[in-house]
Design a protein around this ligand. Structure first.
Ligand SMILES: [Zn+2]
Length: 349
């Protein structure tokens, strides 16, 4: 494998540029556009009740003004309950009502459905990026760390470059079974490290294995029915963790991906943050970067491009400060007034 020179971080802004709803709008987007459609995840009735009980929202009457909680805070609350072995009135296995685990899975399927639907025809920035990197001969010297669950960059890589393999930093059970997916060839592979999980991965909590669902048709199948594990027959679940929820790291596979991310970052000459606002709460990423700085002192150039039309000057200033405040070598941080689509098309030189 060619040595990685550039590590590109893909944040929520990169997906938003393709038409994905931002985190805080995910639920509103689903209930606003999906009520009249026929294909619902099986748990829609449970979720209606959940939003009423937990947040006082009548989803059937939801409008663009309805204030939904964010995906992250909703999932975060449920994850903590599960960790602590606690539950909520009306939501426990013991009383025969939908339990916390079931609601959590319903929410994840809902997110998968929204992203799948809103990203059916992306504007094509990720493809432009892959094309440009290829034309510049940088493809095999670039690694991606994605903070997003969607498969925009995955699709861009596989569709445009069948001769290139994606190395997700973990092994999938179906590497050896499915015709389309093989073990990534070391000299032909590009790292795509998705540290919060991905919609096209199914986790089997019973045999602790990961299955890749290669195509969109598979994704649609999985959001509508629980897919059984081919090894043990027990139901699998998408592997998605909210970014601020540190416990996600305890998952065996996400842990491996974090490790692989630290490894590619060690040798990077440039780290390019795209559409990532570097929120204070995103501790996992900060921890990884701080360990990198302290333990290896690699001093890469740090480029930030996170502009979009209508972005306020004050938020740009605060964002730049957040980046500069964090990194030890301030002079290495370059905050560029550039959009993700500019970067995809033209690069930073
Ligand atoms: Zn299994």
């Amino acid at each position: 494998m060619a040595a990685v020179e550039d590590v590109i971080f893909l944040g929520a802004g990169a997906s938003a540029s393709e038409g994905a709803p931002v985190q805080k709008d995910l639920f509103r987007e689903f209930f606003r556009t999906d009520r009249t459609r026929r294909s619902h995840p099986a748990g829609i009735g449970r979720l209606e009740r959940f939003f009423r009980d937990f947040f006082g929202i009548d989803v059937r009457g939801a409008s663009s003004d309805t204030m939904f909680p964010s995906f992250e805070e909703t999932l975060g609350i449920l994850e903590i309950a599960m960790d602590r072995g606690e539950s909520f009135k009306g939501y426990s296995v013991a009383s025969g009502t939908p339990d916390v685990q079931t609601i959590r899975e319903d929410l994840i399927f809902l997110i998968a459905l929204v992203l799948n639907r809103t990203l059916q025809s992306p504007r094509g920035h990720h493809r432009e990026l892959v094309n440009r990197l290829d034309a510049e001969g940088r493809m095999l010297r670039t690694a991606f760390i994605s903070l997003n669950y969607d498969i925009l960059i995955d699709n861009a890589l596989t569709e445009m470059h069948p001769d290139i393999d994606i190395d997700y930093g973990v092994e999938f059970t179906n590497y050896h079974r499915e015709r389309d997916w093989k073990v990534p060839r070391k000299d032909r592979s590009v790292f795509l490290l998705k540290i919060h999980g991905s919609l096209n991965w199914l986790y089997c909590p019973t045999c602790i294995s990961l299955t890749l669902t290669p195509h969109e048709r598979e994704m649609t199948r999985l959001v509508e029915h629980a897919v059984p594990c081919e090894q043990c027959g027990m139901p699998m679940t998408p592997i998605i963790t909210p970014p601020t929820y540190l416990k996600g790291l305890t998952n065996y596979f996400l842990h491996q991906i974090m490790h692989a991310s630290s490894e590619v970052l060690r040798n990077a000459r440039r780290i390019i943050f795209c559409g990532y606002s570097f929120p204070d709460a995103d501790l996992l990423v900060r921890y990884m970067l701080k360990r990198l700085e302290l333990n290896y002192d690699p001093r890469p150039d740090i480029l930030v491009l996170n502009s979009y039309e209508g972005k306020r000057q004050t938020s740009k200033v605060m964002e730049e400060q957040r980046y500069k405040r964090f990194f030890r070598h301030k002079e290495q941080v370059r905050y560029l007034d550039m959009t993700f689509s500019d970067f995809c098309r033209n690069g930073v030189g």
